[in-house]
Design a protein around this ligand. Structure first.
Ligand code: NI
Length: 197
């Protein structure tokens, strides 16, 4: 079972939290700046989260808000310049399905399926870049949730792809690493040029 972060603005029923705290949560959430290539932090290996406290929960909530606003389906903490092993995901289709925000702390893939599936992937840290990547279409991931509980989740399809993409970020790996060297160098040059203005 997946435990969801509490997001009052998406119409979810936060049964564990009473209404007097709802507004506090909403007000405290704020949008974060997403770093882009060639920021060297994107190549860093993120360190494990040592304790799930209010600070981590707040970061996760802010990351979710940032991801929804972008919009994106996944975001790793390092993308908001916090190199810790924390990521947020929601692969549901906006307006068609109920939101399903997922917060994963210290995630670890413990099983990968044998079948590969291609997806055209984008990344909020690499605007306008799309790369078709073949990854295992099913996996099992173990992680700590927003409440500090140990969780295990079987994922397939887009969610399995998104989890692998975000986990790559925690090890400094980007979608351009799946391109040929020639194409990758072209993309890096383009972003360096953009950064110089
Ligand atoms: Ni990404």
């Amino acid at each position: 079972m997946i435990s969801s972060a509490f997001l009052p603005d998406r119409g979810r029923n936060g049964s564990a939290i009473d209404h007097s705290t709802d507004l506090t949560y909403l007000k405290r959430m704020s949008k974060l700046a997403i770093i882009t290539l060639p920021d060297p932090l994107l190549r860093a290996t993120s360190a494990p989260v040592e304790r799930v406290d209010d600070e981590i929960r707040r970061l996760a909530d802010d990351m979710l808000e940032t991801m929804y606003e972008a919009p994106g389906i996944g975001l790793a903490a390092v993308q908001v310049a916090v190199p810790r092993r924390l990521l947020v995901l929601d692969v549901t289709e906006k307006e068609k399905e109920e939101a399903n925000p997922i917060v994963m702390i210290n995630p670890e893939i413990i099983k990968l399926g044998d079948t590969l599936a291609p997806y055209e992937e984008g990344c909020l840290s690499l605007p306008d870049i799309r790369v078709e990547i073949e990854r295992p279409s099913t996996l099992t991931v173990r992680y700590i949730d927003r409440e500090g509980r140990q969780q295990q989740l079987d994922a397939d399809g887009l969610l399995a792809t998104a989890i692998q993409h975000e986990l790559d970020h925690l090890d400094g790996r980007l979608i351009i690493d799946f391109m040929s060297r020639l194409k990758r160098d072209m993309v890096i040059r383009k972003f360096k040029k953009l950064a110089r203005g």
